[in-house]
Design a protein around this ligand. Structure first.
Ligand code: ATP
Ligand code: MG
Length: 451
């Protein structure tokens, strides 16, 4: 009993002191870390140098430091500075201030963009609402309260994302024990996880994304509130959620990310209908999504093009089947598909935005699934000229690979594309007959209508 009390007092003490961070950073000198200047983007170094020469502090931070320390290739480089966005803009001809909720400066070098962020501070020190705003639920609506290096480190999300690399001595500055978490492969929230998720629920998705990308575990206090807080994502704008979806599924680790999202019940706030189908244990949906995610990761690794429309077509394919099953069987197939697709899309747009161009492509991939079996006459050759034929054919192959019975259609199309003209004619002649009468029926319908 006594030891239990002591233990619980200890754990209380631990949980409150856990989030106290030192006033001074731990400084890791050049000879004790693995970041070499050669691995860092020249543009980022240039930005830091220009800022330093103008008398400002400048550090590389975020994924650029984290991924370089892990021996990987960062996707982009972010610089943090004590110069204000205006001061940064004046130093670079190609600089542009962007954002309102969170003002940053983009400095462009050809196709590369270096993101320069002014040190932010905790909102307790906010002096006016033009700089800081918080909703009733504690969500940060605006975050432009400037601060110093330490306050900037503490407002970042995870410890491994709050490591600062300086050109002065090429050292790393660590306020939150991020280097140790990096060594132990842990995603740990800075500060009290619940409060930090409340401030910005997108951090829930980021925890899952980084855990998947880096093959790290989510530290237990950071992981504990995720499922319970997942519904907070409903307060995030659908446009921002779509941007996050792109990072989740087009970051090269889609398969692992989808697994993490499901593990932490984060798929439901993004794709509720998909998540519900998966929870009903629809084996075919699981298999299709797994294949599509693997395929996407493989294509990205080979530097092949991927379109979000293809992934969306797969994510919403299950819900589309449900909607198709509810359609009036008396309607022609194209109309059933049209109505079902519209229903699925209308429901999804309440959660994530989807830009029109992706919606159009996604619908074409779906429509073509219904048209690929109809090959007689000139149809097959015409279908091959369709702009989305390739994507639709790939989608069909994935459906078949999951065990769906498409009556050999994938194999037929593979052969047909490779065949010369006479072989193609042979293949068409061998198709089962009997699709023609539809036209006649339509004629008689129109007669009826005109009489
Ligand atoms: P990657 O670019 O590989 O996705 P990253 O860590 O660089 O990973 P970014 O989204 O580019 O992620 O953000 C840069 C840095 O900004 C992060 O490392 C983190 O320190 C901070 N950051 C980004 N988003 C948030 C957020 N929602 N809350 C707190 N800090 C954030
Ligand atoms: Mg980044």
């Amino acid at each position: 009993m006594f030891t239990r009390v002591i233990r619980s007092i200890n754990s209380l003490f631990k949980s409150s002191s856990q989030y106290v961070y030192p006033q001074e950073a731990k400084i890791i000198p050049r000879d004790q870390h693995s970041i070499s200047r050669k691995r860092i983007s020249r543009s980022a170094i240039k930005v830091m140098k220009v800022l330093n020469e103008a008398g400002f502090e400048a550090y590389l931070v975020g994924g650029g430091v984290r991924d370089t320390l892990l021996g990987g290739n960062p996707k982009d480089f972010d610089v943090a500075t004590n110069a204000t966005p205006e001061q940064v803009r004046k130093l670079f001809r190609s600089a542009r201030i962007i954002g309102r909720r969170f003002k940053i400066v983009h400095v462009r070098f050809g196709r590369e963009i270096i993101e320069v962020t002014t040190f932010r501070a905790n909102h307790d020190s906010a002096s006016n609402s033009a700089e800081s705003r918080q909703s009733k639920e504690g969500m940060l609506l605006r975050d432009n309260v400037f601060g110093d290096l330490r306050s900037d480190a503490l407002r970042r999300d995870f410890t491994v994302n709050a490591l600062y690399y300086s050109l002065d001595g090429f050292s790393i500055h660590d306020y939150t024990n991020g280097v140790s978490d990096l060594d132990n492969k842990l995603i740990r929230m800075i500060g009290d996880p619940k409060t930090r998720y409340q401030e910005d629920p997108v951090r829930l998705l980021r925890a899952a994304r980084f855990a998947a990308k880096l093959s790290f575990d989510i530290e237990q206090h950071t992981a504990a509130p995720i499922k319970q807080m997942a519904p907070l994502l409903e307060n995030i704008s659908s446009a921002r959620l779509f941007d996050e979806c792109l990072k989740l599924f087009l970051g090269g680790n889609a398969q692992a990310t989808l697994d993490k999202l499901r593990e932490y019940e984060l798929l439901a706030p993004l794709f509720p209908a998909t998540s519900a189908r998966l929870d009903r244990n629809e084996g075919f949906d699981q298999a299709l999504l797994k294949l599509v995610m693997q395929n996407t990761d493989r294509r990205l690794a080979n530097e092949q093009r991927v379109t979000p429309a293809f992934i969306l077509a797969a994510l919403l394919w299950g819900p589309l089947q449900d909607a198709l099953a509810q359609q009036d069987p008396k309607n022609p197939p194209a109309m059933r598909m049209h109505k079902a697709a519209q229903k699925v899309i209308d429901a999804q747009l309440k959660h994530t935005a989807i830009p029109k161009r992706f919606l159009i492509t996604m619908r074409e991939i779906w429509d073509l699934q219904g048209r690929l079996p109809l090959r007689s006459g000139k149809r097959a050759v015409r279908l091959m000229e369709h702009q989305r034929f390739r994507a639709a054919y790939d989608f069909l192959l994935l459906r078949e690979q999951t065990g769906e019975d498409c009556q050999g259609l994938g194999k037929w199309w593979t052969e047909f594309q490779d065949a010369d003209e006479s072989k193609q004619e042979e293949m068409l002649a061998a198709l089962p007959k009997g699709k023609r009468p539809r036209r006649k029926r339509r004629k008689s319908n129109s007669k009826e209508a005109s009489s």
